[in-house]
Design a binder for this molecule. Structure first.
Ligand code: ATP
Length: 461
């Protein structure tokens, strides 16, 4: 048997073991019209569905010896051209008598000398009424469709459920607290709430409370009057609360908000007004607050670093965005989405190979969606060809794959040390404690201590 698809020997043997009746059953029952001509244009096979398209029964067709018969039936005829162009052709044809439009694919099959051996024609009429279309099914089950929000990707039940909660909460003015590990998509979720709300035409402003020093944070949030303090803009400055009036203000990393500002924010939330720095006149605002953090706020309350009254105010509704490792169904759609972004920006059409995808699914993604996005971008940039293959993965991801074809990365001892390092570091990052690493990996106390010291010195600081 010819093996143009380079099947492995086992699969090839399996195919050869299947009985002829099995293949006949498939061909005869397929709803698409199929016929096969030899290199001289003699029709050597036609399946029953072809009758629906061309009004001729298979036995009538195979007795004709020349593909020229099609010239009086469909226009334009495809088959002569396939012999000239020697490639698959896609045609829209019209049936002369019924005036129906047919979609036809004419596929040349080559012999060892690259001459056309057979020609396969596949024909489909366009009158088929689809019971369901892929787009419809796919779209119904994705975050983009459920959310009406372009660029939010997800198919896992737990993620879609979280988006549903947020969408419902968006309808009111209630404060929302979004929790989740870093990189899970909390900021994106905040935007999503805004877009689902009546405020979507109004401003959406965000500030990262951890990234700005306390004194600047206050003037960013509340603004100041002219000459409020030395170094201030003489014209004064409007704060985010004022700029976001009628819209949404997103307070990212709210766990890092200094206590003094927590009191001020609580006041705005309770009264709907605030004093800009240096002013004695309250400004009234109507702002929806969404906050996010990856810290444990209840723990911060116990440590007296976060006010519990503010906590209850911002937490009218809370949503926990699950880490990516708990919603593996989202990994592939997200990866495709990020790859498409890169393809679009660069006018390319790179594809991920199946091994690449299996690596994606095996990894734990401690940096969540952000890490996935970065890895896809990195692999996209580093893969020069059409195919994105996993050899561009960072070693920490590759080391998880036990089925990787062997490729030498040094001596046996060097590879074992690298492997040991990956395991210990991954475990220590997760457990953050030597005793837990010891238990998790079933090590002796001494060995756990020695390995963590050896491989995780930088993580211990
Ligand atoms: N469901 C999603 N669909 C598409 N892109 C996503 C999704 N979730 C996250 N991203 C992308 O992943 C990156 C990280 O998301 P985002 O900044 O919202 O995370 P975060 O939880 O707010 O992170 P941090 O805690 O560090 O502030 C962003 O580029 C974001 O657009």
């Amino acid at each position: 048997m010819e093996n143009p698809f380079n099947h492995g020997p086992e699969y090839l043997a399996y195919l050869e073991s299947l009985p002829k009746e099995f293949f006949l059953k498939i061909l005869e029952n397929i709803y698409l019209g199929i016929y096969v001509s030899d290199r001289d244009g003699n029709t050597i096979y036609a399946n029953p569905a072809i009758t629906r398209h061309y009004g001729k029964r298979p036995e009538e067709l195979v007795t004709y010896s020349n593909w020229g018969i099609w010239q009086g039936i469909v226009s334009p005829p495809a088959y002569k051209e396939v012999f000239e162009k020697k490639r698959t052709l896609f045609y829209r044809q019209m049936h002369f008598f019924s005036k129906e439009i047919l979609t036809t694919i004419a596929i040349p099959v080559f012999d060892r000398n690259q001459d056309i051996d057979l020609l396969i024609g596949i024909t489909q009429d366009n009158i088929v009424k689809f019971d369901r279309s892929y787009d419809e099914i796919y779209y119904q089950n994705t975050a983009e469709s459920k959310s009406n929000f372009k660029g939010i990707i997800g198919e896992s039940k737990i993620y879609l459920q979280e988006l549903l909660t947020l969408r419902r909460a968006a309808k009111s003015k209630t404060s929302i607290l979004i929790l989740g590990e870093s990189g899970t998509g909390k900021s994106l979720a905040a935007r999503y709430v805004h877009n689902c709300s009546k405020r979507k035409e109004q401003p959406f402003l965000e500030i990262n409370c951890a990234a700005i020093p306390e004194n600047l944070l206050e003037s960013e949030l509340f603004g100041y009057v002219p000459h409020a303090f030395t170094g201030a803009n003489p014209k004064g400055k409007k704060g985010l609360f004022q700029l976001a009036n009628h819209g949404t203000l997103f307070l990212d990393e709210i766990g890092d908000l200094p206590l003094s500002l927590q009191a001020k924010i609580l006041f705005v939330l309770e009264t709907g007004k605030f004093l800009p720095i240096g002013s004695e006149k309250y400004i009234e605002v109507d702002v929806r607050i969404i906050s996010a953090t990856n810290q444990d706020l209840e723990q911060l309350i116990e440590e007296k670093k976060f006010r519990d009254d503010l906590y209850w105010r911002i937490n009218a509704i809370s949503s926990i965005i699950p880490p990516l490792r708990e919603r593996k169904d989202d990994i592939v759609p997200l990866a495709f989405h990020f790859l498409q972004q890169n393809n679009r920006e660069n006018g390319t059409n790179k594809k991920m190979d199946p091994l690449f995808i299996s690596y994606l699914l095996q990894y734990d993604w401690p940096g969540n969606v952000r890490e996935l996005k970065n890895i896809i971008e990195r692999c996209y940039i580093l893969s020069p060809g059409y195919n994105i293959s996993p050899d561009k993965f960072p070693r920490k991801i590759k080391s998880l794959d036990v089925d990787t074809p062997y490729e030498s990365q040094g001596t046996f001892d060097e590879m074992m040390t690298a492997y040991e390092r990956d395991i210990i570091r991954a475990c220590y990052k997760k457990e953050k404690n030597i005793t837990k690493v010891q238990k998790r990996l079933g090590l002796s106390q001494n060995k756990a201590y020695r390995l963590v010291k050896k491989h995780c010195a930088d993580l211990e600081k």
